[in-house]
Every structure is written in C-alpha cells, then in structure tokens.
Design a binder for this molecule. Sequence first.
Ligand code: AGP
Length: 609
Amino acid sequence: MCGIVGYVGPRDAVPVLLEGLHRLEYRGYDSAGIAVEDAGGGGVRVAKTAGRVADLRRAVPDDMAGATGIAHTRWATHGEPSDRNAHPHVDAAGRIAIVHNGVFENSDRLRAQLVADGVALASDTDSEVLAHLVARSTGETLEDAVREALAQVEGTYGVIVMDAERPGELVAARRGSPVVLGVGEQEMLVASDVAALVRYTQQVIYLDDDEIATVTADGYRTSTMGARATSTTRSPTSIDAASAEYELGDHPDFMYKEMREQPDAVDRCLRGRLDHRFSSARLDGVGLTPQDYQRIRRVKLLGCGSAYYAGQLGAQLIEELARIPADAEPASEFRYRNPVVDPDTLYVVLSQSGETLDTLAAVQELKRKGGHVIGVVNAVGSTIARECGHGLFLHAGPEVSVAATKSFTTMGVALAMLALDLGRVRDLSITEGRRLVGGLSQLPDQIARILAAEDEIAEIARKYADARHMFFVGRVRAWPAAREGAQKLKEISYVHAEAYQASELKHGPLALINPEMPTVVLVPDDELLTKNTGTIEEIKARGGPVIAVTDAELPAGLATDVIRVPKAHEALSPITLSVPLQLFAYHLAHALGRDVDRPRNLAKSVTVE
Ligand code: AGP
C-alpha cells in the first residue's frame, strides 16, 4: 500500500514523478504529493493534496521544476486522508523531505518526544517523525542521517529521503515494504514497484530488507543497515514486463483489461509446463524430486483474500487428484496461532503481488521453523518470490486493478498443474492424467468463450443491481469459486455478498431467503449436480431469485436466470465458473456507478498489517 517514487537525473523530475505516481495509484489513492529540489535554488518545494493523482496534477504549480524529487500516493493508516496528512513530509526548516510506505509502530512515543523538544508537528501521521529525526541527526552524510533516524523507529518502511542541502542525491531504505532502484542512462529512479520505472528503464535492483541505498544520477551504492554497515554488491537485473503491459490501451479500466487478458494469461501459465508424454506437468521451479514428492504427507496452502480462496481451490484439487490431505488457511492468521510446522508438509504460499505483508510474514515464520515452502507468485523479483526461492510464477502479466481476476484464474491453473504433478508421482493414472492435461489445454479457449458471452452476463448483472444483499453458494469444488464471486461483488460494488456452502444453507441462512435476496448458485456438471438442483428448488420454494452459473444442462425454468459456461474437466470447473462471476460483479458495479479500479478503502498489494 502507498506508492513511493523518486527521481534524480537530467530531466525535470516533476513529470517523471507524476507519471510514476499515476502508475502506482492502485497502491493507494486517498491523497498524493510531490517534493522537488527547486531548480531555481529555492530549497525543497512541496505540492500535495487529498484526492487522486489527477487532483495533484492540478495542484502542482506551473513553475515547479527540479532535477531531483520524491513523490507519494497514499493509503491512510495513521491520520485521515487530508492535505496535511499527505506525503511528502518535511522537517520544520523545510530542508528534509521524506516519503514512507509502511507503519512506524512507535510513532506515538517519537511524536511525544519531538513535541517535548519543541518541534511543531504538521500532520497526524506516523511518517512525519522521520523528516524531523533525519534533520536532527548529526550524521555526516545524508545516508548516515537516515541510518541514525531509522535506528529509532520500529515497524515497517520503504522510504525515500532528500535533503535540500545535498542536491542531486536520494537515500532509500527498506524493512518490510518493497523498494526497487531503476538504473537508467545518467539517471536513477527509486520506487515501491517496477510499474513506476518500466517506462524509463528495464534494469532494476530490488533492495533487500535492512538495506539502504544512496542514489545519484551517476549511480548507486548499497549497504546493510544496522550498527556495522557493510557494502552490498548489487548488479541490476532485467524486468520481464514491457511498459505497454501497464497501459490501459482502449479498455475502459484495468479490471476489464485484465479479465479480457485471461485466455492469454492462462495460456502463458500453461506454456511449456504440460508434459504430454507422461500425462503430467513439468514444474522445474518447484525444485522437488519425485522422491521429495513421495515424502509429502500434507499440503498447506496460504494466501490472503482472493489468493486464499485460490488456495482453497488448490487444496481441493490436490486432495482430489493426488490424494494428499490438503487445506488452505489465511496467511494473515497463520503466524499468530503459533502453528505446528511439520517437516513432511509442503507449504504453498500464494500471492499475486509477492509483497503482501501478512503472506510474507507467514513465509518467514515457516522458514524460521524449518518448513519447506514454495511460492505461487505473479510478480517476478517480488519479496515473497525471492524469500521462497522456489515455486511457480503465474506469468499472468501485471495486474493493476485492485480486484484480482487473472491472478485468481492463473493461480487455479498453477495449482491444478501442481496437483497433477503430485498425483502422477502417486496414484493418478496415466489415463486420468491425460484427461486433465486435455482439460487444462482447453481452458484458454473456454475462458475466451465465456468472455464472448459478456453481453448476456452484463444484462443479468444489471437486472440485480438493486439488490442490497446476495448469497453466493457452491458445494465442495465450487465453494472456493463462490467465495471468490462474493468477494468480487462486495469489493467493487459495495453490495453485501455472502458466500455459503450450498449444503449449509438449510442450517441457518435459508431464513434470509426472500424475493429481495438473490442467490448465485454454482452448479458444476459433476456428481453433486442433483444436490445443487435440489438447493435451487429449496431457494425457489421460499421465493428467492436464483442465478445459476453452470456448465450442466439444467431443466428449463429451474433457475430465474442461467449463465452457461463451456463444459470443463470436472476438477477444473471452479476455474471456468469463476470467470462469469467476475463479469457479473464488474457490470453490476458499473450499473451502480462505482469506480471498479479504485474501490473505496482498498488498495492493491497490502504491505501493512
Ligand atoms: C482481491 O480482489 C483483492 N485484491 C485481495 O483480496 C488480494 O487477493 C489479497 O490482498 C492478496 O493479494 P496478493 O495476491 O497480492 O498477495
């Protein structure tokens, strides 16, 4: 959460920083700000405002320019979204400017100390203290001063600091929040995410935790934090995303673009990984031998939000295809319950961004206790991918919209391949393996056909736009897809959507069914088909409208509305069934006039607790 960006080089920093913020806006969008070393020698100039980057563009004075600058787009943790709480923050003399992503947990104490020392604080934020601490430091260099200041804070940070008295220099540091350096031709950028850099360079360095960098137009030097600083030798690596992948193109919003990209994303995820000869999957990145696979007694999948639901979907696939007990758990809960970490369990951690703090903390807890953990991650070079060391990349391409779409479907595909690979080392027959390889190969085409039916789904979605509450129900395989469908609807439309196992309805929630409570029922064409049609009858008998999402042939008139999808391999149906739910949520949200890419209170990539 929060996007930070810095620039030093021959260009005017203002347009570079505004462009960077525009690309980082999905990380937070309640206020934005920019600070540059004034080209006219006037020290640090700051422009900031509550609202979006577009509001900041209007607030930046025409004559604001400089070759060095920092900028921030905020997702509020401490202090309401307002002009005064927007970053950058400056010290009392207006010399030091800072941007911060993360949380300083001891900020109350530090703020009280500063106030006791006569410092007038200008905001309610935890972050502002850093500007004052750097200004008060006796360190000889800016880097020394930042080190000294950061030694006093507790919590997480990705920070960039500049000093009007040391023009042409930025200092960046990280603990728990991502910082990446972009190495250009006689220019350097710093950001919380490569999205802000790709337009200017493909050469990047991901800072490690407790690493600090001094950056000038000519280059950079990095070293460890802590009392005894040690230089770290960091060579740039190339990023795999082209600038165009972050562009909206002709699409109305990123969620739409990313839903539409799913056939290609799934195709890329599958590419080179299906083993037709042995009816299995080739997952070299997992780094496990067949003997290692044989020793696995359990699989535990961890992720947050949609990644957790994808983990549930994967647990079902693994148990069904590989016959290994498997379950999923929210990564956000994991470390706080002092989990038993078992050497015979394979831990699979899921994250689109690779930066979700709760998920990263789960990985660190697992590693500390000797657990074997692999990552299923979209963002190459991300902290979780690097921390895991082994796993599967989704190759879905950048996902910008807050609502996960193509990352969810490709997580399902990646986990289906893992289940296939595990299964083929155990009891899954070559015939069943071949059927699943065939089913996986058909997914890109099947998803394209679902997307082609968008108009019909949109019409059904608009019909239910007045509903204030909705149920999403599914059984066994379809249950994680129902949870994801409810999540999509709530986060982008703000309609209350609750997911239930279809089998649990009659144990309580059926009491809520009435003509004002539509229920989306997922009906895969599997061995539970008649159970699901029975559920539809029970809802109808109580006057509840039913939207059936199915790859089966349902009797005419059974459901109020039917969304048909192509028939998938039964184990893969939760993946195909989830795609129309994205379109349903998207069009319902649009019917309500929502900003689907920037839902209220949310941000992509949750890098705070
Ligand atoms: C889903 O639409 C949300 N964006 C959210 O639940 C997300 O899946 C979760 O925060 C995990 O993000 P990650 O995959 O980047 O770790």
